[in-house]
Write a protein that binds this ligand. Structure first.
Ligand code: ATP
Length: 257
């Protein structure tokens, strides 16, 4: 298990001699076993932050430290895994083989089989064990991608709009499954979404980014599973929308936000 401490993190890109500040001096602590969602307008730096967290990019400035449960620094990089918007499965491998990919170095094949079987059951994929990616639906494929990540058993799971390409019903089901997985697996999750409802449904905190900076860090003190029709849910959602849209607070449900 691990949490993440981000200090004064900046990432600059240069395009045609013009410097773009994708992230500017971000400070953020994500405790071990917590679920943080990141929202913000397109281009605000959400994906850049995930790419830095999983080491696909190097910071221009600042640092990222992984901390264990005792708040001690984890040497090197923590075990981090990322789930993208599209499942990125190997088309020539079955569902089972795709999920087992991160365990290719494991010599004990019985253990591999047990682990994969466990997550196939957890994600409702047992019947599709021997299917190829072309033979399953988009929602199932995204479950396989999540299963592959869970087989790797990372400390920190990063998710970059993993449900963005799915229809509304599949998306709702997978949101509920994610909450279950978070509660049972106790992973640290950082989840990027454009959907404020999804952010409030899932996250214990919703971090709002704008122009590479943190605009606000909103606590979602609601127990799981959450009901989007509940007044408190609605209030938090409206507060976030107000911050993202840069509008003055509106009167909602009879009282000001
Ligand atoms: N490899 C790159 N080279 C140059 N500029 C980049 C690169 N990656 C990102 N950027 C720039 O950094 C800024 C932040 O991009 P990023 O992809 O992190 O935004 P985002 O919030 O994830 O956007 P979206 O919601 O549209 O996916 C943007 O201005 C983008 O153009």
């Amino acid at each position: 298990m691990a949490g993440v401490k981000i200090e004064q993190l900046s990432k600059y890109y240069t395009i045609h001699n013009e410097q773009i500040k994708a992230l500017a001096e971000i400070d953020l602590t994500i405790p071990d076993g917590s679920f943080v969602t990141l929202v913000g307008k397109s281009g605000c730096g959400k994906t850049t932050l995930l790419r830095l967290l999983c080491g696909l990019e190097q910071p221009s400035r600042g640092q990222i430290t992984f901390l264990d449960q005792q708040q001690q620094v984890v040497q090197g990089k923590g075990r981090v895994s990322i789930v993208f918007q599209e499942p990125r499965l190997m088309p020539w491998l079955t569902v089972e083989q795709n999920m087992a990919l991160p365990l290719f170095k494991e010599k004990d094949r019985r253990r591999v089989n047990q682990t994969v079987t466990h997550f196939l059951a957890l994600l409702g994929l047992k019947k599709f064990r021997d299917a190829y990616p072309a033979q399953i639906s988009g929602g199932m494929a995204q479950r396989v991608a999540l299963g592959r990540t869970l087989c790797y058993d990372p400390d920190v799971i990063l998710m970059d709009e993993p449900l963005g390409a799915l229809d509304a019903f599949t998306r709702k089901n997978l949101q509920a499954e994610l909450v279950d997985i978070f509660q049972t697996q106790k992973k640290t999750i950082v989840f990027v979404t454009h959907d404020v409802d999804e952010a409030v449904f899932l996250g214990q905190r919703v971090v709002i980014l704008e122009g590479g900076k943190i605009l606000e860090d909103v606590a979602v003190a609601l127990s799981y599973p959450r009901n989007p029709l509940q007044q408190e849910f609605f209030q938090i959602r409206e507060k976030i929308l107000t911050v993202v849209m840069g509008e003055k607070p509106t009167k909602i449900g009879g009282y000001s936000q």
